[in-house]
Design a binder for this molecule. Structure first.
Ligand code: SIN
Length: 359
C-alpha cells in the first residue's frame, strides 16, 4: 500500500503542512458555527499514488481522516469539523457490516445536540448504494452529505478537497435540513434516491438524469431547487438499531440465451432475495422467468429491475400472479438495498411492493 509518507506532494500533504497545528482534536470550537462530523470510509478521496498523473491504478483508502481534514483549513470558516475513521477501504469492499456500523454511528451522532450535520467520505464506485442505505435508515432530519472524488489526492487537479469543502458547506446550510441523504461531487447536489454513477473515470460521473439534481454549489454558495418526493430518513420505517446483519440479496443480470440455473445457485447459496436486472421494462426470458418463479416458490423475494440505466419498471398483473415485485425507478444496486431492508420487516411480496412504491 502506498502511504501518504511515501508521496512527495499531494493535495492533502502540502496543505496539511500549512495547518499542522490544526488537528481535529485541538481545533478551537467557534460557538457561532455549526458542528459537522466527518466520517471517513476510504475511496479515491483518500487515494494516493507515486505519480501526479495517475488517475487509475492508484491505492484507494490510503490516507486517514486527519489528513483529509487538515488539507482543507477553509472548512473551519464554515463549521467546527471533527473526524472519525469508520473504515478505510475502496468502496467495492464496503459490505453490510460497514453499512450497519456507519448507519448506527450516524444515528448516534445526530441524536446529540452537539452535532448539526454529518459528512461521509466514500469511494465513488458504490457510493450510491451507501447513500441510499443511509437515506432509508438515518433517523434524523439533520443534513447528511456523502462525498467522494474521481481523482486521487496526488493527481494534478484532484477534485477531492473541493468536493469535501462543498460537502461541509451543504451540511452547514439550514436549507439542507429534511432533504434526505445528499451526494456532492462536481458542484452538484444529488438525492441519494435518484443519483447514479454513469461514467468510469470522468469527474462529472454522478448524474440524476430523470429526476434532476436537488441543487448546486456555485460561487461559494449553496442553491437548492428541488426536494426528494419519496419517503426517507425521519419518515422511513426501517430501523437498524438492533440489527447485527442484513439478509442476503443477490443481483442477477438478464441477457440473451440465459438460463434458470443462476437463480438456483443464488437460492442454494442462501439468498433471501434476488434482484434481476431485466432487459427493457424488467423483461425476463422464459427460462429466467421459470427460475424466478421457482425461487419465489422456495420463499425468496424476487424483484424485477432493469439493466437499461433509467426508467420505471412498471408493475403488472403477471407480477401479482407470480408473487413478484417491480422496482419502480430503482436501479438493481439500489433495489438490492431496499429489498434487504424490506426483508427485515416482512417476506410478503405485496407489502414489499408497497415499500418499492413509497421509497
Ligand atoms: C472506490 O470506489 O473506492 C474507488 C473509486 C473511487 O473512489 O472513485
Amino acid at each position: 500500500m502506498v502511504t501518504s509518507a511515501s508521496v512527495t506532494s499531494n493535495a492533502y500533504s502540502s496543505a496539511s503542512t500549512a495547518v499542522s497545528a490544526a488537528t481535529t482534536a485541538t481545533a478551537p470550537v467557534n460557538q457561532d458555527l455549526p458542528n459537522i462530523k466527518i466520517l471517513a470510509t476510504g475511496g479515491t478521496i483518500a487515494g494516493s499514488s507515486t505519480s501526479n498523473t495517475d488517475v487509475t491504478g492508484y491505492t484507494a483508502g490510503a490516507l486517514g481522516i486527519d489528513t483529509l481534514i487538515n488539507a482543507v483549513p477553509e472548512m473551519k470558516e464554515v463549521a467546527n469539523v471533527s473526524g472519525e475513521q469508520i473504515a478505510n477501504v475502496g468502496s467495492p469492499d464496503v459490505d453490510n457490516a460497514v453499512l450497519l456500523k456507519l448507519g448506527k454511528r450516524i444515528n448516534e451522532l445526530l441524536a446529540s445536540d452537539d452535532v448539526d450535520g454529518v459528512v461521509v467520505t466514500h469511494g465513488t464506485d458504490t457510493l450510491e448504494e451507501t447513500a441510499y442505505f443511509l437515506d432509508l435508515v438515518v433517523k434524523s432530519n439533520k443534513p447528511v452529505v456523502i462525498v467522494g472524488a474521481m481523482r486521487p489526492a496526488t493527481a494534478i487537479s484532484a477534485d477531492g478537497s473541493f468536493n469535501l469543502y462543498n460537502a461541509v458547506k451543504i451540511a452547514s446550510t439550514p436549507e439542507a435540513t429534511g432533504k434526505g441523504v445528499m451526494i456532492e461531487l462536481n458542484d452538484r447536489i444529488g438525492a441519494a434516491r435518484y443519483i447514479t454513477k454513469t461514467n468510469t473515470t470522468g469527474t462529472d460521473t454522478f448524474k440524476s438524469t430523470e429526476q434532476g439534481y436537488l441543487g448546486v454549489v456555485s460561487g461559494g454558495k449553496v442553491y437548492f431547487y428541488n426536494e426528494p418526493t419519496r419517503k426517507h430518513t425521519a419518515d422511513s420505517v426501517f430501523n437498524i438499531t438492533d440489527l447485527t446483519e442484513l439478509p442476503q440479496v443477490d443481483i442477477l443480470y438478464e441477457y440473451q440465451n440465459n438460463g434458470s440455473y443462476l437463480y438456483d445457485a443464488a437460492v442454494a447459496a442462501g439468498a433471501k432475495g434476488i434482484v434481476v436486472a431485466g432487459s427493457g421494462n424488467g423483461s425476463l426470458s422464459k427460462l429466467s422467468k421459470a427460475g424466478a418463479i421457482k425461487a419465489v416458490k422456495a420463499g425468496v423475494a424476487v424483484v424485477r429491475s432493469t439493466r437499461t440505466g433509467s426508467g420505471v419498471v412498471t408493475h403488472s398483473d403477471e407480477d401479482d400472479q407470480n408473487g413478484m415485485i417491480s422496482s419502480d425507478s430503482l436501479n438493481p444496486q439500489k433495489a438490492r438495498i431496499l429489498l434487504m431492508l424490506a426483508l427485515t420487516q416482512t417476506k410478503d411480496a405485496k407489502q414489499i411492493q408497497t415499500f418499492f412504491d413509497e421509497y
